[in-house]
Write a protein that binds this ligand. Structure first.
Ligand SMILES: CC(C)(COP(=O)(O)OP(=O)(O)OC[C@H]1O[C@@H](n2cnc3c(N)ncnc32)[C@H](O)[C@@H]1OP(=O)(O)O)[C@@H](O)C(=O)NCCC(=O)NCCS
Length: 130
């Protein structure tokens, strides 16, 4: 659905015709300076090579993001890779990564769902130069 309706803010990485990574995202309708990353995933064979970070940089450099100053995503506390990704992006583009609780555990059905935290990277401007 995101690729269909928000293709300008979705990014795909292919290797020899095979999808090895993607970012699905949209610019928040009520906050046009915020791009929300719904999902970012990299095939296990390609992890740890900087691909996720370069997909995010590609997204932020797109025309669709020209008014975007913040990137947000929700991350669960056990997802170390994802936390490092957003913190590393913030460091690389010389800005901050602010975290705050988004959905607490009790909002999810059952007992086995972690809370979700908002990672807010920004503000940033022309990231092509950093
Ligand atoms: C999260 C994910 C997309 C990262 O992809 P990746 O291409 O391996 O990430 P990168 O190589 O660009 O690394 C970005 C940073 O995260 C760090 N990192 C990557 N994997 C890590 C891990 N397993 N544990 C800790 N840090 C990790 C890297 O060292 C790098 O840090 P740096 O900026 O300080 O150098 C990938 O692990 C994945 O697909 N996970 C499963 C799906 C998922 O959880 N998506 C996130 C949902 S919000």
């Amino acid at each position: 659905m995101l690729c269909k309706y928000f293709s300008e803010t979705c990014v795909l990485a292919e290797q020899e015709g095979r999808v090895v990574g993607f970012v699905s995202a949209f610019v928040q309708p009520e906050s046009p300076d915020v791009v929300f990353v719904w999902q970012v995933a990299v095939d296990q064979s390609q992890r740890g090579k900087g691909l996720a970070k370069s997909l995010l940089r590609n997204l932020l450099n797109r025309e669709a993001c020209e008014n975007v100053r913040f990137l947000e995503a929700t991350v669960s506390p056990s997802n170390n890779a994802s936390q490092s990704l957003f913190k590393g992006l913030a460091r690389d583009i010389q800005t901050t990564c602010h975290t705050s609780e988004c959905f607490s555990e009790d909002l999810f059905p059952g007992d086995d769902h972690e809370s979700e935290w908002t990672y807010r990277v920004g503000p940033f401007e022309n990231i092509e130069e950093v």
